[in-house]
Each structure stands twice: as structure tokens, then as C-alpha cells.
Design a protein around this ligand. Structure first.
Ligand code: MD3
Ligand code: FE
Length: 202
């Protein structure tokens, strides 16, 4: 059963939005993307290696190294990013907009000890569009705070098949993934978690 809750203003969780069949189809479409655009280990501008491996699909891909965070029109090897899967676009069209497609789909891959520190998503020129996130594989402890650093935070477990929309007041909230519960899902052959985030960049 799908259940939709606004757990915080502008932060909407659609639990169990995706059937197991749909989740498996999505994983296949991600395998095809990763064949054309392998995962990268990014570095923060201070030079620290991130534990989450990343790649992208769409008109541009998110990138981070000592020069900073940005969207790149090409992969490091000079190739275009592969197109966003129609299965993923369909979810965006049903939940966000039939007028405008996202520019990019960031694919985050969490192995056993991966995490993502609290951060804001503000590398996009147009911050008026919501961000849509799709969770696949192992459970993850998601934390969301405020539009400023510090203050109270709230935590939620995200499960395979959950789809989350961050818009309005939530779009600029600090958020991150504290940890995953490795091996809690059979969706991925090697366990771990994949998160897809769809964004309008400009
Ligand atoms: C709340 N990814 O890639 S997705 C990211 O699960 C990122 O991999 C996490 O944060 C992940 O930037 C969380 C959910 C998410 C995405 C964007 C947000 C939550 C957000 C933007 C504003 C507020
Ligand atoms: Fe984020």
C-alpha cells in the first residue's frame, strides 16, 4: 500500500510508491547507465574522498573535486552523459511536472559504510523546482534539518521503493544520510543502496 505523508513542510514521502517489478526494472536501467557512465569517487573541495560513488544521466552531471561543486555537460572521459531512463522520467511526470523534464539524474551508490554528511543542494541555477528522490536497495537513515546550519534535525528511514519530493520550504534544508542498514534488501546483487535524484538545473 502506498502512503503519502508530508513529514515536514515541503518534504513529501510516498512510501512503497514503486512495486517490486518496477524497482527491478529501474535497477536494470541503472545498470545500462553505469555501463556508459561508470561510478566516480568524488572529492570534496577540501580534498576528502566521498564514500558514496556517483554517476549521472541527462544533459549534465554533478561533479565535485578540488575546484568545487558544479554540473558538467560531459563525463571526465569526454563523452556525453547517457539519457535519463524513460521509467524515471515517468515518475517525475506523474509526481512533479508534465511541462518540464529534469535536466539531470544523479545516481548515488552506497556500499556498507557509505554516508553523506549534512549539506544543502544549491548548485542548481533554478531553485524553484522541487528535487525528486528514489530509494532502491538497503534501508537508509535520512536526516533533515533547517535552511541554516545547526538547530534541531529529524530522522527518517527510507526504504526501497520510497519516492521523496523536496520542494518549497524543504528545498533548501540541510540533509544527509547517516548510515545504511547493509543487507536489508535483496534488490541489488551485492546489497547496498542506490538513490536517484532528479533535478532541474537551470
Ligand atoms: C532534501 N542524496 O544527492 S536524497 C544528494 O539519499 C542527496 O543519496 C541523498 O542528498 C541520498 O544531494 C538524499 C533526498 C534529498 C535530495 C535532495 C534534497 C533530500 C533533499 C534537497 C533538499 C532537501
Ligand atoms: Fe542533497
Amino acid at each position: 500500500m502506498i502512503s503519502t505523508t508530508e513529514v515536514k513542510r515541503g518534504f513529501i514521502v510516498h512510501r512503497n510508491f514503486l512495486s517490486l517489478d518496477k524497482q527491478m526494472e529501474l535497477v536494470e536501467s541503472i545498470r545500462e547507465i553505469v555501463r556508459q557512465a561508470p561510478f566516480n569517487t568524488m572529492r570534496t573541495p577540501t580534498g576528502k574522498k566521498m564514500s558514496v560513488k556517483m554517476t549521472s544521466a541527462g544533459n549534465c552531471g554533478w561533479f565535485s573535486d578540488q575546484r568545487g561543486y558544479r554540473y558538467e555537460p560531459l563525463q571526465p572521459d569526454g563523452n556525453l552523459w547517457p539519457p535519463i531512463s524513460p521509467l524515471v522520467l515517468e515518475i517525475w511526470q506523474n509526481l512533479v511536472s508534465r511541462e518540464k523534464d529534469p535536466d539531470t539524474c544523479l545516481i548515488n551508490y552506497y556500499e556498507a559504510n557509505a554516508k553523506m554528511g549534512l549539506h544543502q543542494d544549491r548548485d542548481e541555477k533554478d531553485l524553484s523546482w522541487p528535487v525528486l528522490s528514489i530509494s532502491l536497495g538497503d534501508e537508509a537513515l535520512f536526516r533533515i534539518g533547517n535552511t541554516y546550519r545547526g538547530g534541531k534535525t529529524e530522522s527518517f528511514w527510507l526504504h526501497s521503493g520510497d519516492v521523496v519530493i523536496m520542494g518549497g520550504d524543504a528545498r533548501l534544508c540541510y540533509h544527509g544520510i547517516d548510515r545504511i542498514k547493509f543487507g536489508t534488501s535483496n534488490l541489488l546483487r551485492q546489497s547496498g543502496r542506490i538513490n536517484l535524484t532528479l533535478r532541474v538545473v537551470s
